[in-house]
Design a protein around this ligand. Structure first.
Ligand code: AKG
Ligand code: FE2
Length: 366
C-alpha cells in the first residue's frame, strides 16, 4: 500500500484470540435436520421475534459508488447521513466485477459442501481464530450461534497462515486473493470518501491505520427447523474500521438495529453491504455509528455471507480526532486505546451487542 506501510515484512504474523472448539452445525443437521440442541436455543427475550420490519428494509441507504469517486457532493452528503443515521449502507456501481463476486460465491459453496474430514484439514486451532470453525466461544455454558465459519487474515501477505487456507476446491486460494484485492481497493476508496466527509484530506484515514490489515470471514448458516429459537450470528458491532459484506442473492438473514428495531438488510443483486466499524465510531467521537447487527437463520435455505474487515495495525493508538470533538462542550466519548488491546479484548469475550466497546469509553460520572 505504498508509503503508508511503515511496518516491514519481517514482522511476525500476530495471533488474535483463543476460542473453545464446538460442534459443526452443518454436520449436526446432516445427522438429523429436525434437531435443535439445547445449546443453540436462545432465551425468549433474545429470540428473533415475529415483528416483521421488512417494510423498513428499503430505507437502508443505497450509495452509488461511481458518484463518490467523482467527488459528487450530493452523494458525499448521502454517505455522511448514512454513516450518522444508519451506520450501514449498500453500495452499487462499486467497480468489483460481477465475475469476481460470482467466482467467490461458487468456490465457497463448493468448499462448504466438502466432507467434514476435508474441511477439517484446516480446522481452527483452540488458541487462535483462523481456519474453519467457530470464533468468540469462551465458555461451555455459552449459547451457540447457528453457523460455521472460515476465517483468514488476508493482508498484509506475511500475516497469512497458509496452513489454514483451503486447498479445495481447486483455485480457491487464488479466488480469495482476487476477491480480497478487489474489496481492498473498494475499501481504500471508501476510506477516502469517509475522510472527506470527516473534513480531512482524502488520504487521512488510510494514513492513520499505519498499515491497513484485512481479515476475511465466510459465514455458513445451515437451515434450521426452528429458526425462531436460534440466532445465526449473535448481535454485535464490528471491531473494524469498516466492513464490506457480500450476501447471497435472494436469501435474507442480516438485520441491523435501528431505533431499537431489527431491520433486515435484504440483498440487492450485485450490491455490497458496508458498515461503519468501532474504529470510525471512536475516531469520529460517536458521530458515525458502529451499529449492532445480527444474522438470523432460515428454515428452508442455507445462507452464506462474506465479510471483509479492514482495520488498523495493532500498534495504532485510537482516540477521537481533535476536530471531531465539539469545541464548546469538549465532550469526549472515547478515550485513547491501543487497537491491538481493543481487538483482543473484544475477541476474548462472547459477542454481546456493544458490550466490548465499554473498555474504550470515557467513564461518565453519574
Ligand atoms: O451474515 C451476515 O450477514 C452478517 C455477518 C457478520 O455480521 C459478521 O461476520 O461480522
Ligand atoms: Fe458483523
Amino acid at each position: 500500500m505504498g508509503s503508508n506501510e511503515t511496518f516491514t515484512d519481517n514482522e511476525e504474523a500476530p495471533t488474535y484470540a483463543p476460542s473453545v472448539p464446538v460442534p459443526n452445525v452443518q454436520e449436526l443437521i446432516k445427522e438429523d435436520p429436525l434437531q435443535v440442541p439445547q445449546r443453540y436455543v436462545r432465551e425468549p427475550e433474545d429470540r428473533p421475534n415475529d415483528t416483521d420490519m421488512s417494510h423498513l428494509s428499503s430505507l437502508v441507504p443505497v450509495i452509488d459508488f461511481s458518484l463518490l469517486l467523482m467527488g459528487n457532493k450530493e452523494e458525499l452528503n448521502k454517505l455522511d447521513l448514512a454513516c450518522q443515521d444508519w451506520g450501514f449502507f449498500q453500495v452499487i456501481n462499486h467497480g468489483v466485477a460481477k465475475e469476481v463476486l460470482q467466482k467467490m460465491k461458487d468456490a465457497a459453496a463448493e468448499f462448504f459442501e466438502l466432507p467434514l474430514e476435508e474441511k477439517n484439514k484446516i480446522v481452527m486451532p483452540s488458541n487462535d481464530i483462523q481456519g474453519y470453525g467457530h470464533a468468540y466461544v469462551v465458555s461451555d455454558e455459552q449459547i451457540l450461534d447457528w453457523s460455521d465459519a472460515l476465517i483468514l487474515v488476508v493482508h498484509p501477505s506475511h500475516y497469512r497462515k497458509l496452513k489454514f487456507w483451503p486447498n479445495s476446491p481447486k483455485g480457491i486460494q487464488e479466488i480469495i486473493e482476487e476477491y480480497s484485492n478487489a474489496i481492498r481497493k473498494l475499501g481504500t476508496e471508501l476510506l477516502e470518501s469517509i475522510s472527506l466527509i470527516m473534513g480531512m484530506e482524502k488520504e487521512a484515514l488510510l494514513g492513520l491505520h499505519k498499515q491497513l490489515i484485512q481479515a476475511y470471514r465466510v459465514n455458513y448458516y445451515p437451515p434450521c427447523s426452528k429458526p425462531d429459537q436460534v440466532i445465526g450470528v449473535s448481535p454485535h458491532s464490528d471491531t473494524s474500521t469498516i466492513t464490506i459484506l457480500m450476501q447471497d442473492d435472494g436469501v435474507c438473514g442480516l438485520q441491523l438495529k435501528h431505533n431499537n428495531e431489527w431491520v433486515p438488510v435484504n440483498p440487492i443483486p450485485d450490491a455490497l453491504v458496508v458498515n461503519v466499524g468501532d474504529v470510525i465510531e471512536m475516531w469520529s467521537n460517536g458521530k458515525y455509528k458502529s451499529i449492532e447487527h445480527r444474522a438470523v437463520a432460515n428454515d428452508n435455505k442455507a445462507r452464506v455471507s462474506y465479510a471483509s474487515f479492514l482495520f488498523p495495525h495493532d500498534e495504532v493508538e485510537i482516540e477521537p480526532l481533535k476536530h471531531m470533538i465539539h469545541p464548546k462542550t469538549k465532550q469526549q466519548v472515547y478515550k485513547r486505546v491501543k487497537y491491538g488491546d481493543y481487538l483482543r479484548n473484544s475477541m476474548n469475550r462472547k459477542m454481546e451487542g456493544k458490550a466490548h466497546t465499554q473498555m474504550a469509553k470515557v467513564e461518565t460520572l453519574a
